[in-house]
Design a protein around this ligand. Sequence first.
Ligand code: NAD
Length: 492
Amino acid sequence: MSNQAPVLPKSLPGAAIIGEAALAASDGATLETVNPATGRRLGLLPACDVADVDKAVAAARATFEAGHWRNLAPRARGRMLLKLADAMEAHAEELAVLETLDSGKPISDTRAIDLPLTITSLRYYGETVDKIYGEVGPGGHGKLSYAVHDPLGVIGAIVPWNFPLLMAMWKIAPAIAMGNSMVLKPSELTSLSILRVAELALEVGIPAGVLNVITGYGHTAGAALALHNDVDMITFTGSGPVGRQLMRYSADSNLKRVSLELGGKSPHIVLADAPDLDAAAEAAAWGIFYNQGQVCTAGSRLLVQREIHDDFVARVIKVAETIVPGDPLDPATRLGAVVSEKQMQSVLTRIARAQQDGAGLRLGGAQVRKDSGGYFLSPTVFDTVSNDSALAREEVFGPVLAVIPFDTPDDALRLANDTDYGLASGVWTGNVNTAHRFARDLRAGMVWVNGWDACDVTMPFGGFKQSGFGRDRSLHALYKYADLKSVTISFS
Ligand code: NAD
């Protein structure tokens, strides 16, 4: 995509998509969506609640039972996904602008990362769904036993605001590819882009009711969806406390399946034998500051071997100083606004706490660009952080790096694994034996060696420990949205 100044849309999506209708909330309630770069209102959206969730689930159920989506040949469903991907590509600039306005992400990122990754994810599932096989069992004479992957039915998806389109598509694409219908609730902070995608889905001919999008708050619309007795699964990306709540909702309703992609406190380890300290410093800085630090896999704990510590931290700071917050709509901007005033205040509170706890503030630590009315934070680096401190243990979800020195590779492994989380992890080393040892011993769903955030839709994405369970991306995500059915036919 271009370096042109973005063209602002004449109108914004403003209705929930239920079946083929664009609807307001039944009781007329609305919520305000705000541009984080200016603090000003972008528009009003329906604040859906129980009655609207009932309507959306009924629409999804009706389509599922009618069978005209789930009984389509997988290849035909796949073709519809590919058509939607083409439509998204044709509207990529419009979607990138919506994403930037709503989330505060730089347009350079939404153009070059969010939209291409989202479209690639959709294409991947469009292309793979006709390559999913069942199994034939040993059976025996006069018996044919086979197992098939049956769609689950109605999937409820609840997603966060940090990658509004991408997190949604990691769920929508595999779920509907497998023949399910879906009701998706985006974050109340960032609903615009996925509403537009739901409109495009109808335009390309994906049957009404396959993809319903309800806007609204978590404690109302989200809870109603997760408590609904006609929803077969909740697939979630978001915070740990809400993940726990969703498991309670499941237990209190119909024991729907629950898949959780939660937070992280990912260790990024740099050993003294790292092959390229400049590359590692670049990765360490962008590993925390990319997307304003609002990344579940952010390398928020930087573990540096003591003998290179001073030199390496200086290199990281040199990179960080070049990462300057700016207007997200300016194509030259690489660091935008954090998503909301509440999120900014939460990050500032954690920065203040880290200082009280004795961490050494080396860079940043404050709100910047206040005149804009928006929520901008400077890249922040704390050095000599204790792994027992709140800064090292709790997710900040902002541009705040905690540097933790260590002496030996064993110390690094112990510190890296001493966390409640287990989402991502990484190590820089020039020793192949060390690389394999860390890959084996790091307790995390993803390990990156000599790189950070080496993400691809072909590989599973998800966490160990309190980072959740279930996987997005890869073929594993398709199976997540299906039940296994065993069939035995007896004959003579
Ligand atoms: P959040 O948990 O506050 O909200 C996520 C979604 O849950 C939103 O749509 C929200 O409206 C909804 N929600 C809130 N309360 C609810 C309730 N009681 N019932 C049902 N739904 C409810 O998270 P967030 O602040 O939007 O996102 C940040 C979090 O997401 C971080 O913890 C981050 O690590 C995590 N995250 C994880 C991944 C991953 O793949 N592991 C990816 C991105 C973000």
